[in-house]
Write a protein of this length. Sequence first.
Length: 409
Amino acid sequence: MNASKPNYTPALVVLTSLFFTWGLITSLNDILVPHFKAIFTLNYVQAMLVQLCFFSAYFFASIPSGLVVQRIGYRNGIIAGLSVAGLGCLGFYPAAVGTSYALFLLSLFVLACGITLLQVAANPAVAGLGDSETAASRLNLTQAFNSLGTTIGPALGSALILGGAAIHGGGTTHEIQTVKAPYLVLAALLFLTAFVFSRFHLPVLASESEEQSAAHGGEVHGSLAKQPHLMLGVGAIFLYVGAEVSIGSFLVNFLALPEIASLPEQTAGHYLSLYWGGAMVGRFIGSAALRKLPAGRVLAFNASIVILLIITAIAVRGHVAMWTVLAVGLFNSIMFPTIFTLAIERLGHRTSTASGWLCTAIVGGALVPVLMGFFADRIGLALAFVVPAVCYAYIVHYGLIGHVVRERA
């Protein structure tokens, strides 16, 4: 009986620490955007190169990461991902010394390649640690700790990076140095976590053992293309991440607008923690709710509420606009893990390859913010929020209809 019902709690706890770590690192990009925009005198599109370089790594690295995980397993994939991400963080030191925006962008790309490999391995691992019926609830719970990281990250970044720049002053050379220490600490944390995982026994899951015995990559990719719920899920992940990152990236600048709240950048950076904190609270609530409610319906409901919040922010402005945009985080909460678990439902030995496809779609976080930046430079930042609103409309469709499993012949 013990063999059929193993205790996955220790593995789930250890994996949850990874979600916290990459959440913290990813949210720091929202601090880097206004920091680099001011230091290097960039327009909105140029500043969005931070997100473009970071999230484009998901496009280039996700499918190779899925193949790597299929060959070496979830545990070794996690160790490799942590190590590559650590190297990316180390790249911030020479970039700061040389005051090179290009080198910062390259370091962000390497960092994101590591996090991509980490996500390709960790997301399906969590989904597989228990019954498939509770996979969405379980992944929402671990993603809640990812949101804890994204909540703490902006507060730390505001204090250490934006606050440090205000203290140092004296021009570009001095202000850019504030990124060195935080990213060196992150590098040390990532390498230490990789060492811990090298000493930890992660259970071999049923889907993982099937994948490693299959070794039919072409057949796997071909059969996945016949899964509409997966293919539509790829689109949903693309647009969701694009919308979430767009709002987070522009939030500091949005709250600084005179017609919104006229907040200084450092103060607005602290409010950014409320945006990500809302996602954390929502995921804890969602983890419980999804044990009783249909995941697709909950997804569609949340996306509909977000559309209403964005429309309100565009139409009203002022502090009402400020708080409605911040409230988006609460309803964003369950979207990524719910889309992910709906998209990999009943895929069996094809799960890690499908995970690679879904993580490739995270490239939406690279492209949609640039599109929003394009409109922000031309029609104003507030009106540009219509871009993420359109993205959420597609997610409503996926939650109502698109997630239904129906394999094509």
